[in-house]
Write a protein that binds this ligand. Structure first.
Ligand SMILES: [Zn+2]
Ligand SMILES: [Zn+2]
Length: 337
């Protein structure tokens, strides 16, 4: 089959031939219909944090092409979304809802071959069926929507709670949609890119501020707003500390952006304000299933986020272009198109 393969930091990725995957007893092979290009893949390639020949891609959906000998309840040709997160479902880490950190099972497109490829091997327990009348591509949004939803759950907010989404890249935008699904708001979104700020308004932010014109802390001061929670999705230097200054007593800062920043946190205000600080990475199996259900019911305006669709051949170039995304939000690869 053909797949997007990591070469080296200078070249990035290229399309090449690799052996077709074959299913273990409890696996299926999925013919990939759609795989979203994720910022974490873009950065892994850009920073050279991949092995030569590695196949990335973890935001995918497709149709079952082959079944392992022990798999029942699934059929060839069936439309599916698949969580890339491998979990045993039994260990203490899984029980805490952190299957991403399960030490037993690998994660597709992260530690084992992913879905920038014609076919991908998936443990059957990670599949979620898609309704036949739903475009299969829609299932590929379940992964990033789940990242947003998990952050919202950790924020412990509800209707009437003002929430700041700091950063309007794809994860910030999915977080806004997850807040809407949970009935939380008002939602203030803060970002730099004009195109992405417009997308934030279109998918449900009540107020959108341009951080090049007014810093978040200044907006909070002028408007007299403190937030019940801040979802920090920007990885902008200083954003985490700024988030703490605009969080109301007892409120929560959820760090979602994968930032290398070593923030220095003043502890006295953290203690006296009773702030909660929590990191959010990936999602639970339950959250992934909920995301598929929301998408299947047409409750999420994900189409608004799709900037481009590309073939497998054009995927390496698209990964490169996303290093400087400008107003691009989502590019979706169609490996079998
Ligand atoms: Zn991703
Ligand atoms: Zn586990």
């Amino acid at each position: 089959m053909r797949a997007v393969l990591y070469v080296d930091q200078e070249t990035g990725t290229t399309v090449g031939e690799v052996p077709d995957p074959s299913p273990g007893p409890d696996d299926v092979i999925v013919a990939v219909e759609a795989c979203g290009l994720c910022g974490s893949d873009v950065h892994s390639v850009q920073n050279g944090n991949c092995a030569p020949g590695q196949v990335l891609g973890h935001e995918f959906s497709g149709r079952i092409a082959a079944l392992g000998s022990g798999v029942s309840g699934w059929a060839e040709g069936q439309a599916v979304a698949a969580s890339p997160i491998g979990s045993c479902g039994n260990c203490r880490i899984c029980a805490r809802g952190l299957p991403f950190r399960c030490p037993v099972v690998e994660n597709i497109g992260i530690t084992i071959p992913g879905a920038y490829a014609q076919y991908v091997k998936v443990p059957a327990r990670q599949l979620v069926a898609l309704p036949e009348d739903l475009p299969v591509e829609t299932g590929s949004h379940a992964e990033p929507l789940s990242v947003g939803s998990q952050a919202v759950k950790l924020a412990q907010v509800g209707p009437g709670d003002p929430v700041l989404v700091y950063g309007v890249g794809p994860i910030g935008l999915y977080a806004i949609m997850a807040l809407k699904l949970a009935g939380v708001g008002p939602i203030v979104a803060a970002g730099r890119s004009a195109g992405r700020r417009q997308a934030a308004a279109d998918v449900g932010a009540d107020v959108v501020i341009d951080t090049r014109e007014i810093p978040v802390a200044e907006y909070a001061k002028q408007s007299g707003t403190l937030f019940a929670a801040v979802l920090e999705c920007s990885a902008a230097p200083g954003a985490f500390n700024e988030a703490l200054t605009v969080t109301e007593p007892g409120g929560t800062v959820v760090e979602v952006a994968l930032t290398p920043e070593a923030a220095s946190v003043p502890l006295f205000p953290l203690i006296s304000e009773g702030h909660h600080v929590v990191g959010s990475c990936a999602f639970s199996d339950e959250t992934y299933r909920e995301s598929v259900a929301h998408l299947a019911a047409g409750r999420v305006p994900v189409e608004r986020l799709v900037s481009e669709r590309v073939t497998l051949d054009d995927t390496p170039d698209a990964l490169r272009r996303l290093q400087t995304p400008g107003s691009l939000v989502r590019i979706i690869s169609h490996p079998n198109a």
